[in-house]
Design a protein around this ligand. Structure first.
Ligand code: FMN
Length: 173
């Protein structure tokens, strides 16, 4: 799939099909995360691929918006080192966001749907995944073939109008 088509095809999965994702497809998605750029190339991330149903169900409890993880075919749990410094926190999360986006576009290219999940109860996440103290569960990316659609460009999506968010040369231009 062309990159621009992948960008237009990526929307959050409404419901996951009960169909496994081949290992080589999962590997390519994870490789996209690993190859992502990061501030000073620090790569402050770890990607944990979860496919066991029991673990997916337990992970779905780390945030009230994470229920969909229980039904995903697989989920990438993204962990990073915690920090008390606001600039470091912002920098880490910017990097994680880029890695998440790389994985989403790779998944879309391979016909796999994606959906983010935030994390509130990171202590529960750490316990489920056996994370060492110096790592914290930060985000999750649910993966699965969509049950209700083929992965192809959507014509219109719920976004603010182009002219409202894009300007030329100066504010309002
Ligand atoms: C930082 C971030 C956190 C998100 N957290 C959740 C979440 O916890 N649960 C969920 O179902 N979707 C989550 N989403 C998905 C967004 O709700 C979704 O991307 C947004 O509504 C736009 O829809 P789209 O992905 O179909 O374009 C998150 C997205 C982002 C970027």
């Amino acid at each position: 799939m062309e990159t621009l088509d992948a960008i237009k095809s990526r929307i959050k999965v409404a419901s996951y099909a009960d169909r496994p994702i081949p290992e080589e497809v999962l590997e390519q998605i994870l490789e996209a995360g690993r190859r992502s750029p990061s501030s000073r190339n620090q790569q402050r991330w770890t990607f944990i691929l979860v496919q066991e149903r029991d673990t997916l169900q337990r992970l779905s409890r780390v945030w009230r918006g994470a229920a969909h993880i229980a039904d995903s075919a697989a989920t990438v749990a993204v962990a990073a080192p915690p920090s008390d410094d606001p600039r470091t926190i912002a920098s880490v999360h910017f990097d994680l966001g880029q890695a998440m986006m790389s994985m989403q576009l790779a998944a879309t290219d391979l016909g796999v749907g994606t959906r983010h999940a935030s994390v509130e109860d990171w202590q529960l996440g750490a316990q489920i995944l056996g994370l060492p103290d110096e790592w914290r569960l930060s985000w999750m990316m649910g993966l699965g073939y969509p049950a209700d659609r083929d992965v192809k460009p959507v014509q219109s999506h719920n976004r603010k109008p182009f002219n409202e968010v894009v300007h030329h040369e100066r504010w309002g231009g």
